[in-house]
Design a protein around this ligand. Sequence first.
Ligand code: HEM
Length: 442
Amino acid sequence: MPPGPPGHFLFGSLQDFSRDALGFYTRCAREYGDIVSFRLASKKLVFINDPVIAGQVLLSGHEKLHRSTSFMKHYMGLLGNGILVSKGAYWRRQRQVSAPPFSPAHMQAYARDIVEITCRHMDSWRENSRLNVTAEMKSLMLRIAVKCFFNIEQTDEVKTVDRAIEQLSLIASKRIRRPVNLPLWLPVPENREYKNQLNKINNLVYGIITQRQASGIQYDDYLSAIINAKYDDGSRMSAEQLRDESVNIFFAGYETTAMALTWVWLLLSQHQSVLTEMENEVGGLPRDRLPEIRDIERLSFTNKVIKESMRLYPAIWILSREADQVFELDNYKIPPGTIITMSPWVMHRDARYYDEPELFNPHRWTGEFEKSLPRFAYLPFGGGPRICIGNRFAMMAVVLAAVTIMQRYKIRIRSKRAVRPYPAIILRPASPVWAEIERRPG
Ligand code: HEM
């Protein structure tokens, strides 16, 4: 196995990882190099910090590897066998039938929804007041996701699903950090709470699917696409498959985007000259209509701001794979069951690829720089066949929501203390981010 921290004889590096996972990963790369191994309790992990070796995992090794479920298993009741966790031929088939709603052809309609919902969402803000940015970006992206993918205008039921997923995630993230867990079937309070929340989600999601099927109405959205999707043999997805895929899209799709947008506001607040430059660019958009998809390519600086923000604060800070058989990687034979990880957080802050990596500098994203950047040195959406299915949608949603908000409001975050990132499955601010908002004239 590659070199790495020896750790505690029983728990390995679990304590260091649980205390500060980002710091632990960063130290591993600094002290042990491009391929590192360590243990979290009984689990062996390999950590890759080199774009070429990452390519061996994401691209050439793709057929032999699957997304690791060692952490995800704590979410298994929730995710079922959906696209995030499924493997092999089954995953390939599901990915194929799920892809059409994420194709460029659908983006124009999504763009209209994104902008309209952002405007309606802002209508509920009080002018010149304080705003919990983390919570507001989450509820905005939730409204956007359920409208675009399930054609649901936000209802109390969707909020219930959101809260239930939040509760499940809290429990799952505790379970990930514990060396030993009680089996889920034991009726202890934590397990009962898990099941209770899961039942709520299942009731609602099955309800939404059944209602759509019964209505017979065809929408141009994700839900209709997967209900209508036919496999090669002419069969369609079962109710359980529809439930799993819907929950997976919901789970993967909106908190990531919401946190990406939250980090943008934070970084802009800390970098006045970048903020001014972006405000100038947004100020140049036509005033007589709302932003549209065709504006995005004109917003070249804004696009760079978002890219740079996703570099410093990638919402998915760690990617993981696992092999069922020995996997050869950079002259090492990685035993089956080892979790192979790559960290966008660490890779994106590597001085070999980014000058002054800690500096928030959107100007670095010139065409020339992008060409010179090794493939997989920038991977906020992963890479290879399991690249984020919603990446096009996500980029568009972050850009359009940011400019629509910026047209109407000044958002100023004046936190005295630096906001620490908290690496749950999704990288989020460790505490709520508050902003003062001021309505722009006109
Ligand atoms: C800024 C927002 C987002 C970020 C940073 C993000 C990031 C990622 C990353 C890094 C992966 C790959 C993980 C891996 O290789 O193990 C991924 C996969 C995935 N993402 Fe996203 N994502 C975002 C938004 C979305 C949206 C909007 C959707 C859908 C509505 C979505 C759906 C998915 C799905 C289904 C997968 C699994 C794909 C597969 O395994 O075939 N994501 N995402």
